[in-house]
Design a protein around this ligand. Sequence first.
Ligand SMILES: NC(=O)c1ccc[n+]([C@@H]2O[C@H](COP(=O)([O-])OP(=O)(O)OC[C@H]3O[C@@H](n4cnc5c(N)ncnc54)[C@H](OP(=O)(O)O)[C@@H]3O)[C@@H](O)[C@H]2O)c1
Length: 260
Amino acid sequence: MKLALVGAGKMGGAVLTGALGAGVLSAAEVGIYHPDEARRNALAERFGVAPLSDDGVHQAERILIAVKPQSFAEVAPLIARRTAAYISLMAGVSAEVIARRVGSSRVVRAMPNLGARVGLSATAVAALPQATPDDVAMADRLFCAVGTVYSVPERLFDAFTGLAGSGPAFAALFAEALADGGVRVGLSREVARDLARQVLRASGALLETETPGSLKDEVASAGGTAITGVMALEQHGLRYATMRAVEDASERARELSESS
Ligand SMILES: NC(=O)c1ccc[n+]([C@@H]2O[C@H](COP(=O)([O-])OP(=O)(O)OC[C@H]3O[C@@H](n4cnc5c(N)ncnc54)[C@H](OP(=O)(O)O)[C@@H]3O)[C@@H](O)[C@H]2O)c1
């Protein structure tokens, strides 16, 4: 068995689905571990892979840890093996802590975001020096299957979490506020929500080839509507509020890491 997935929930399931879909691994090369037999059988059936018992997980070459951080202390002794490699996507649990609890320093840590569900995750990856090039390559291939991988030193994971991990919530808030603005000026809720989504999609696509500044300048013509709106956003502190959101979210990620 090339990979045992421990924690086939929202994120683990998204990565598994992406990896199988992209051909990174075949269904025969992956198994799902869950301590509850009925649960692991149901999960294995849902994803079309093998269910793994305690013995099965101990035979896997690599183990992808995708349980909640608060479950890790309980799960670690069940999956610990000195000769295995571990890839973790748990938020706020450092590679050193993982290595200590599983007894192997072949640890690669990844931080995906919700974009994984639609193949657009921004995923940070960092490895302990004892991880082999093949361990890192496997992590890269797994997370490339659900988006884009960034090699980021682990000391910057909290910063990455503040922006990329939390960012979808900030973008959702902005989309909701745009729609609320539309309703305020007379559009129906349904139309306003649709327009807000389309504006964000189009802006995301345009930002593939333009900087945020050049995109803004292109829309904001002299004396026009967009520059009037930009001034209102500046007056009400959008830029400051957004920068604070990233800074505070990253600080919260640091607090959570320290308590793990
Ligand atoms: N969701 C995100 O946007 C996101 C982003 C970045 C990182 N992450 C990280 O991804 C991890 C999982 O988050 P999630 O949102 O995917 O949570 P989730 O949907 O609750 O998934 C956790 C899964 O772990 C299973 N599980 C619990 N105890 C287990 C055990 N002892 N052995 C094997 N499996 C076990 C649960 O099974 P049951 O259903 O039977 O309880 C559940 O399916 C977290 O560490 C989180 O920090 C998530």
